[in-house]
Design a protein around this ligand. Structure first.
Ligand SMILES: *Cc1c(COP(=O)(O)O)cnc(C)c1O
Length: 380
């Protein structure tokens, strides 16, 4: 479809949408290129699990591929199958490992499981024995996270395992528990543990770093890095400057403006009381759309016409309310777009206001938004 027609279609969609999510694929590509440059000669992959952190795996993975990314990480084989259809030549790792009984799915879509238990290794060995070409696998070793991954004892025991000898290990990886805090001693402890375990395993490429891990230093880059959140513009660190460019803008529509008297309350639970005659804007976005209830009662803001409008009262499923008293009436009319993330509000701000992390905000943005991509995703 022509880019122009496509953007007209996009505009039409936006007009009827509850909220509009604008995803800047150019910034996504720039973020990937910046990280790729930083880690070279190590390879830079991309975590696109959970529908590319809620932003849409198809356009995002395609843009990343165009930027030069060849290696992708998904959580589940289903996600990997979808991605395979989109990118026939990509290398695709499944981070949740080999799901029981699902090896045929991996083989059919040429997915590489990240094996993290002796049972998974055994099952993969049996499933691949019958196949020629020795399909690749990754080994995930645990170095202190205690989530997925082979323990030190299991790695030790595996040295004499026929199953391990019969599979093709292309990558050995671990995952950092505290990379978002560069001062944590856990980081170098895990690096040391990883190097020791790696020496006991088949000779293969190595991978440690997620987004934050990339910024911990060269020794964390190894052969391949696995950034996710940084690509999508979230701050990989708990504190301090965000080194990445924003990718997401979220706007909703002002549905109604109402005038209330001093002393009146707004919303469920009557939690917010007007201390002066006020103008309240009702906005077409709520917790179903990822505007979490925990945003209420704190410093959370929206912007309208570039001016601040505090979020007041509880957040409902489909609606939220903002205080427009200090915004000139001509800037805040029925139908006006309200910025919930964008030029003035980062995903990190929203996460902080809601008491969570940008990952949870992005992946929680809900299915109801029109997702508009710029430049328009014209290849569909
Ligand atoms: C999600 C994930 C990543 C990406 O993490 P970010 O913090 O988003 O960069 C990397 N590795 C593993 C194992 C993951 O689960």
């Amino acid at each position: 479809m022509q880019a122009r027609e496509r953007s007209t279609e996009q505009a039409g969609l936006a007009a009827h949408a509850h909220g509009v999510l604008r995803i800047d694929l150019q910034s996504l590509k720039e973020n990937w290129r910046r990280l790729a440059k930083r880690v070279a000669p190590a390879e830079c992959g991309a975590a696109v699990k959970a529908n590319a952190y809620g932003l849409g795996i198809e356009p995002c993975a395609r843009a990343l591929w165009e930027a030069g990314c060849k290696t992708f990480f998904v959580a589940l084989p289903q996600e990997g199958g979808d991605l395979r259809t989109l990118l026939p030549e990509a290398t695709i790792y499944v981070l949740s490992g080999l799901l029981p009984g699902s090896a045929p799915l991996y083989l059919a879509s040429r997915l590489i499981p990240s094996l993290s238990s002796p049972e998974e290794i055994e099952e993969w060995a049996v499933a691949t024995r019958a196949r020629g070409g020795r399909p690749g696998a990754a080994l995930h070793v645990d170095t202190g996270m205690n989530r997925l991954g082979l323990s030190r004892e299991q790695v030790q025991a595996l040295q004499s395992s026929p199953a391990l000898k019969s599979i093709e290990v292309g990558l050995v990886m671990t995952h950092l528990a505290c990379a978002d805090d560069p001062s944590s001693p856990m980081n170098t402890r895990q690096l040391g543990a990883f190097m020791a375990l790696r020496a006991r395993l088949p000779n293969a490429a190595a991978s440690i770093a997620n987004s934050a891990g990339i910024f911990l230093g060269r020794e964390f880059h190894c052969d391949l890095v696995r950034p996710g959140i940084a690509l999508y513009g979230g701050n990989p660190f708990l504190e301090g400057e965000n080194p990445m460019s924003p990718v997401v803008e979220l706007t909703a529509t002002l549905l109604q403006v109402r005038h209330i008297a001093e002393g009146e309350t707004v919303g469920y639970g009557a939690t917010w009381r007007a201390e002066r005659p006020s103008r309240i804007g009702v906005v077409s976005s709520g917790y179903h759309d990822g505007l979490r209830r925990s945003l209420a009662g704190g410093p959370a803001l929206a912007y309208i016409g570039g001016l601040k409008a505090p979020i007041v009262g509880r957040i409902s499923m489909d609606l939220l309310t903002i205080d427009l008293t200090d915004v000139p009436p001509e800037l805040a009319r029925r139908g006006t777009a309200v910025e919930l993330m964008g030029a003035h509000i980062t995903v990190d701000d929203v996460a902080r206001w809601a008491g969570t992390i940008p990952y949870e905000i992005l992946t929680g943005l809900g299915s109801r938004h029109a997702r508009l991509y710029s430049p328009a995703d014209s290849s569909r």
